[in-house]
Design a protein around this ligand. Structure first.
Ligand code: ATP
Ligand code: MG
Length: 244
């Protein structure tokens, strides 16, 4: 469970978060939307302790992030999987090395076991048919890189998954596939998922709940259907721009 209470964060005179309250229960799938620069990534960084609040609190599974010791934070981050916008694979490493990196860092050295895990995770993300383990990321398409990024996150068997723009930059067919993949993984592993997206299709397909951040505050918190049916001027205008 993630509990964010009256979270405020400024950078110099730029008030980014002005009192954000969000509770995310275990098993929820929540999309976060808002204009570029509204603080979506800043919000995520508070949840994993990469940024500290000016005031307010963030708790994950009861752990107060601001006060958590480095080892507690490290253990918590191991339970959180990330899919970064660019997939953020290491180009100098093979697909296999990328996928098992977190496990290697955590001390796992059994090569047979690691390769077995990597193969299994590639299967989960729909790349099981070809043996890509020894490929370099540079030889993969954008959609394949996202899938490998997802396989890497899954290798840690995360309780939470955070996706930052999972379908940005992909063609519509590949975007659809990634959406369905996220949906099926969320359901099979009961992960609690946060998805930052600019894609209304993604919101409708994946999320049960959508949070719209505007001017440093939660402007809307409801179902995708309620968002679409909203007659609030700010919401309507945002959606009109958003769907383009
Ligand atoms: N470390 C930092 N130092 C100073 N300003 C920052 C820092 N991190 C973020 N900001 C500022 O905070 C604001 C929110 O940034 P953030 O990256 O959260 O936006 P975003 O909603 O994720 O946007 P996008 O959709 O473009 O990714 C921006 O004005 C940004 O310049
Ligand atoms: Mg961002």
């Amino acid at each position: 469970m993630i509990e964010i209470r009256n979270l405020k964060k400024s950078f110099d005179d730029n008030e980014v978060l002005r009192g954000v309250d969000i509770t995310i229960h275990d098993g929820e799938t929540v999309a976060i939307i808002g204009e570029s620069g509204c603080g979506k990534s800043v919000l995520l960084k508070h949840i994993i302790g990469l940024l500290q609040p000016d005031s307010g609190t963030v708790k994950v599974d009861g752990i107060l992030i601001a006060d958590a010791k480095e080892d507690v934070l490290y253990a918590l981050r191991r339970r959180i999987g990330f899919l970064f916008q660019s997939a953020a694979l290491f180009d100098s490493m093979t697909v296999y090395e990328n996928i098992v990196l977190g496990l290697w860092e955590a001390g796992e050295r059994d090569e047979v076991k690691l390769r077995q895990i990597a193969t299994e995770k590639l299967g989960l993300v729909g790349l099981g048919a070809r043996s890509l383990l020894d490929f370099k990321p540079s030889s993969l398409s954008g959609g394949m890189k996202k899938r490998v990024g997802l396989a890497r996150a899954l290798a840690m068997q995360p309780q939470y998954m955070f996706y930052d723009e999972p379908t940005t930059g992909l063609d519509p067919v590949t975007s659809d596939q990634i959406d369905y993949l996220i949906l099926s993984l969320t359901e099979s592993f009961s992960t609690t998922s946060l998805i930052i997206t600019h894609d209304l299709f993604t919101v409708k397909r994946i999320a049960k709940r959508v949070i719209y951040l505007n001017k440093g505050l939660i402007f809307f918190d409801g179902t995708p259907k309620e968002l679409e049916q909203s007659t609030d001027k700010t919401v309507v205008q945002f959606i009109e721009r958003f769907v383009k």
